[in-house]
Ligand binder design. Structure first.
Ligand SMILES: C[S@@+](CC[C@H](N)C(=O)[O-])C[C@H]1O[C@@H](n2cnc3c(N)ncnc32)[C@H](O)[C@@H]1O
Length: 206
């Protein structure tokens, strides 16, 4: 694979946007979203990192009355998201290069996206997130649930395109999140369709 890892992910998701959207319903996250969204103040602004087609995450949160800003670097995922959830705002942006003012958001979510970011960049992403969240706000995300020190690899046929994944196991992910300044409120390895994921609810304290 000679293409940069992030280009494999970006181009891949842009190509499969429609197919991804079609099969996304299999992974119903509504139970978790209902539980977690109670942590976000009513009517507040939430950042969705790797927002995909906007369904089900941004759509669920918009319907609960939150202002959602989704970021994703795959052009066609963004296009579909704008169509699927017109009440949210979607920006084409690379998570690893995101630039928002400090204390911009009341909460953040990221579902099935961190696992596509080269793992040596994860610490930096958590630090950026800490900076742009307001004090006392929560983030809820998943990383890999597999108990590995570090793994990355390619798949040749993910819905018909090549794909790249990269991750640490739950212990190291927890350490990175705490080192970024968060307090972990709740975490658990769950298999909600697909692979085992490590779900983390963390708080930026005062
Ligand atoms: C498995 S999909 C998940 C989409 C959505 N969160 C969901 O739950 O359906 C991963 C998404 O993350 C996006 N993504 C991966 N790496 C990214 C990066 N570095 N910057 C922005 N988006 C990224 C992909 O383009 C893709 O839309």
């Amino acid at each position: 694979m000679s293409k940069p890892k992030s280009e494999i992910v970006r181009k891949g998701y842009s190509k499969i946007a429609k197919a991804y959207h079609k099969q996304r319903d299999k992974y119903n996250n509504n139970l978790l979203l209902t539980k977690i969204s109670k942590r976000f103040p009513k009517g507040s602004t939430i950042l969705d990192l790797g927002s995909g087609t906007g369904v089900p995450i941004a759509k669920f949160l918009v319907n609960k009355g939150y202002d959602i800003i989704g970021i994703d670097f795959a052009e066609n995922m963004i296009k579909l998201a704008r169509k699927n959830v017109p009440r949210a705002k979607f920006i084409k942006m690379d998570i690893t290069k995101m630039k928002f003012k400090p204390n911009s958001f009341d909460g953040a979510v990221s579902f099935y996206a961190i696992i596509h970011i080269p793992r040596e960049k994860h610490a930096c992403v958590y630090k950026k997130l800490h900076r742009i969240l307001r004090p006392n706000s929560h983030m809820f995300l998943n990383a890999s649930g597999y108990d590995v020190n570090g793994w990355e690899g390619y798949g040749k046929d993910y819905l018909g395109v090549p794909m790249f994944w990269s991750y640490y196991g739950p212990k190291k992910t927890s350490r990175l999140i705490v080192n970024a300044g968060f307090e972990i409120i709740w975490s658990k390895v769950l298999k909600l369709g697909g692979d085992k994921q490590f779900w983390v609810l963390a708080k930026k304290n005062d």
